[in-house]
Design a protein around this ligand. Structure first.
Ligand SMILES: Nc1nc2c(ncn2[C@@H]2O[C@H](COP(=O)(O)OP(=O)(O)O)[C@@H](O)[C@H]2O)c(=O)[nH]1
Ligand SMILES: [Mg+2]
Length: 239
């Protein structure tokens, strides 16, 4: 089994946050690591900063997303560049708390193929961010859990550990926003894949600007929400 933890990090003008992210990774994660920093265009302000840091860090690699702009395409490009084994999607805006990564890796080693960092469980929290986005995300997560038996309480956080072969197998349809986490988890759920969660505290960014487009992306979220609500596929089979 590949023991290298791969990090897939989509970036959009994160020059302010990126050095601190690398510092956090070096302080909190245990090698062997491989970090795939996915940017959409050469003028992105993260690129020179990341190149500088990569010069002395062979485990840090820049990947240009040529699949089309936006976070979903960037994460898709990250998975296309990843090796088989575990891959953790991490945001570059310091919203994700890396302290939970060892617990996520334990779940992976025990057989989980998707491990979600969950804000809507005991010990989890969401700090900051627009109220409507927070409410919709929490409602989506908790309703899928209680109505459809979705195995986790947080359906939409993108801070997730995936098995790369599983993701290849499931395929990614998302071309827009961050609905990609819901898509992959919903597809895995309907297939009966082992999905688990660990509590996490998510904090909204201090530096830079969120590019989350709630109304634009909502229809894409809803598509996967309804898909997940139908429950695991085997439950649909006649007796
Ligand atoms: N490659 C790429 N990364 C993006 C894009 N939009 C956001 N990101 C990155 O995705 C992460 C989270 O983005 P953000 O806009 O803060 O979303 P929010 O946390 O949901 O508000 C950050 O690392 C961003 O730099 C994009 O269009 N392309
Ligand atoms: Mg953010």
């Amino acid at each position: 089994m590949n023991r290298t933890l791969q990090l897939i990090v989509p970036v959009y003008n994160e020059h302010k946050n990126f050095p601190r992210l690398v510092e956090q990774i070096e302080q909190q994660l245990t090698p062997p690591l491989r970090m795939l920093v996915v940017y959409d265009f050469d003028e992105d302000t993260t690129v020179p900063v990341a190149r500088d840091l990569a010069a002395t860090r062979p485990w840090l690699k820049l990947v240009r997303n040529d699949l089309g702009r936006g976070p979903a395409n960037a994460i898709r490009a990250g998975f296309a560049a990843a090796d088989p084994g575990p891959a953790l999607v991490v945001m570059a805006d310091l919203s994700d708390d890396l302290a939970v990564v060892p617990a996520m890796l334990e779940r992976y080693a025990a057989g989980s193929r998707v491990v979600c960092a969950s804000r809507y469980v005991k010990g989890g929290r969401q700090i900051g961010g627009p109220l409507l986005k927070r409410m919709l995300s929490r409602t989506a997560g908790l309703s899928l859990h209680w109505l459809a038996g979705f195995p986790v309480h947080d359906a939409t956080n993108n801070f997730r550990l995936y098995d790369v072969d599983l993701v290849r197998d499931l395929g990614i349809d998302s071309e827009h926003g961050f609905e990609i986490a819901l898509e992959l988890t919903a597809k895995a759920f309907r297939r009966g894949v082992v999905i688990t969660e660990v509590p996490t505290i998510w904090r909204d960014r201090d530096a830079g600007e969120s590019r989350f487009r709630l109304l634009k992306w909502l229809p894409h979220y809803l598509r996967w929400y309804w898909y997940a609500l139908r429950g695991p596929r085997q439950a649909q089979l006649p007796e």
